[in-house]
Design a protein around this ligand. Structure first.
Ligand code: AGP
Length: 610
């Protein structure tokens, strides 16, 4: 939800921190700040609003920091203003803290300290961390942090500076990621919320684990457990590919990531399909075929777009693998008392692997004895460490807040998983081969849609003046409609709802008139005739009708005000090309409306708080 970046090295630390924060802005961008030592004392510069406000302030600041901690915020406690921006100090300004996460017992701790006469200067939960460490009596900074960790409840990734350790960045983590990097030759050291922020050089990196503490100096990192005992941690070499996190000439990361989808869908199935045996082979699965054969029920957890992928996957598993499967919104599931058993498989879908609700739901499922399979895009993310096994999307970094390529990679991986489970049960080789041949067609089919992007741009411009849209479909097209509505909502701030087309007559049809365009996804052969009736109903009430239909669907074309053709593919996979077309429609609508496409207001890329 927030981004942390710290730097120790030769360059001017402020510039390097601003560079790092720019790569983390997608995690939160309502205020930002930086702290360092200047003439022997701790100083901070903070600014409300986007990062460029802090950048401008630094240009006129006299501070030159030899090392610095910095932060870009997505407000949870306290308004997004300069006073609540991180870093936060203790009362005596002996230490400065930046934090990602939520301190759940911050109010009780704040109350206790106020009773002791401590004065607070912000509304944030983060300030409680600074005051608590400063209050810890005796011992070195490790003991003080260890004390604070014993008192704090909730999730946290923290970087701090202390006046007694002017050459050191201190860090600790619980449930929120922190990566520590050393450049082996120069000794430059960095700390970041994710590897996207690290500089374009080969680095030795280490992931900070649960309740672990680190002391980071130039050329040296020391690790400790929550009790202050030294730890030895494995380093790995991160070879930098700047190409991956640049826009590569596109106007927005989102457009780049939409156009990457032929490649990312191919990456999702490459090396995992054996056409000869019509088999699926996932590398690194810690669950055996026998484990999967013993599965009697599948529960699929996720949030937002990932939840929509789970809905489509559940539909596939029931339809083709004949396995009872149901999707669940993780933020709801985690507070239920679910009925689970050892023969239940939980599939947890998360692009970032950091979504707090999904992590908490997974923990609840595991507590009830379920096996957990993660579908994730980020190696070593928290979710992958909680799950029994992980299937990676291999989609590369997804920078835009609105998920596009990760969604279609999730659908591809989940389709392969559906085939895997179906082949373990009743699906024969020939049917399996036919499915695999369709999967192989996906990249080309998606490419043909990308080539028609100008048509979708024209469509978006034609309808840009409307303030409400109604998406509908049947079967997998209903869940695709949910995702299409979410994309339009989060990108262009237009009210849009997704609905099962068959449900229209049970209420929503009252909304229909010439001011409410209906976007219908007709790419489901099994229910196509039923959908045509729904199109008639919408037309009869004057709603402008935009239909995404298979090529040659003249019946839909005869009813639509505007139609966008999708090359034919089976119902099991049609959500993928339709979603790509829908992403482009949402992108071009937002472009026409002038909203902030890669960083829509109020959003963050990974929601690491509840
Ligand atoms: C995607 O467009 C949304 N920004 C959001 O719904 C996202 O899918 C959701 O927060 C889940 O994120 P995750 O996949 O990283 O868990």
């Amino acid at each position: 939800m927030c981004g942390i970046y710290a730097y120790i090295g030769y360059e001017e630390s402020c510039l390097e921190c601003i560079r790092g924060l720019k790569k983390l802005e997608y995690r939160g961008y309502d205020s930002a700040g930086i702290a360092g030592f200047y003439k022997g004392s701790l100083k901070a510069v903070k600014a409300a609003g986007k990062l460029h406000n802090l950048e401008e302030k630094l240009l006129s600041s006299t501070y030159k920091f030899s090392l610095a901690i910095s932060h870009t915020r997505w407000a949870t406690h306290g308004k997004p203003n300069e006073n609540n921006a991180h870093p936060h100090f203790d009362e005596k300004q002996h230490l400065a803290v930046v934090h990602n996460g939520i301190i759940e017992n911050h109010a009780a701790l704040r109350y206790e300290m106020v009773q002791q006469g401590i004065r607070f200067s912000s509304e944030t939960d983060t300030e409680v961390i600074a005051q608590l460490i400063a209050l810890a009596s005796g011992g070195d900074i490790i003991q003080k942090v260890s004390y604070a960790l014993s008192k704090l409840r909730g999730s946290m990734a923290v970087a701090l500076l202390h006046k007694d350790y002017p050459d050191t960045v201190i860090a600790f983590s619980r449930e929120c990621p922190l990566i520590i990097a050393l450049e082996p030759i120069s000794g430059q050291a960095m700390l970041a919320s994710d590897s996207n922020a690290l500089p374009a050089m080969d680095l030795d990196i280490t992931y900070l684990g649960h309740d672990e503490i680190a002391l980071i100096k130039k050329g040296e990192v020391l690790f400790f457990d929550k009790d202050g005992k030294p730890l030895h941690k494995r380093q790995e070499r991160l070879v930098h590919d700047a190409h991956l996190i640049s826009k590569q000439g596109f106007d927005h990361f989102m457009l780049k990531e939409i156009f990457e989808q032929p490649d990312t869908i191919r990456a999702a199935f490459r090396g995992r399909l054996n056409e000869e045996n019509a088999a699926v082979e996932f590398e690194g699965l810690n669950l055996t075929p026998t484990d999967f054969l013993n599965i009697k029920r599948v529960l699929i957890l996720g949030c937002g777009t990932s939840y929509h992928a789970g809905c489509i996957a559940a539909h596939l598993l029931e339809e083709y693998a004949r396995l009872p499967a149901q999707p669940a919104i993780a933020s709801e599931f985690r507070y239920q008392n679910p009925i689970m058993s050892p023969d239940t498989l939980v599939i947890a879908i998360s692009q970032s692997g950091e979504t707090a609700d999904t992590i908490a739901a997974v923990r609840e499922a595991r507590a009830k004895g379920a096996k957990v399979l993660a579908i994730c895009n980020i190696k070593d993310s928290l979710l992958t460490r909680e799950a029994d096994s992980t299937i990676y999307l291999k989609a590369g970094p997804e920078i835009s807040v609105c998920s596009t390529k990760a969604f279609t990679s999730q659908l591809t991986v989940l389709a392969l998983f559906g085939l895997y489970m179906a082949r373990l049960r009743h699906v024969g080789r020939d049917d399996g081969k036919r499915f695999i041949q369709e999967v192989y067609q996906l990249p080309q089919l998606v490419l043909s849609i990308l080539e028609k992007a100008p048509i979708l741009q024209e469509l978006a411009i034609k309808y840009v003046g409307y303030n409400h849209f109604f998406f509908m479909g049947r079967q997998a097209m209903f869940y695709t409609a949910l995702e299409g509505a979410l994309k339009l909502k989060e990108l262009s701030y237009i009210e849009a709802s997704g609905y099962p087309a068959g449900e229209m007559k049970h209420g929503p049809i009252a909304l229909l008139d010439e001011n409410l365009p209906v976007i219908a996804f007709a790419c489901n052969r099994q229910t196509h005739d039923k959908l045509l009736s729904n199109l008639q109903e919408c037309k009869a009430r004057g709603s402008p009708l935009i239909v995404f239909a298979f090529e040659g669907d003249n019946e839909s074309a005869s009813l639509a005000n505007d139609i966008f053709y999708i090359p034919f593919i089976s119902d099991a996979l049609s959500a993928i090309p339709v979603s790509v077309a829908s992403q482009l429609f949402a992108y071009y609508t937002a472009l026409a409306r002038g909203t902030d496409i890669d960083q829509p207001r109020n959003l963050a890329k990974s929601v690491t708080v509840e």
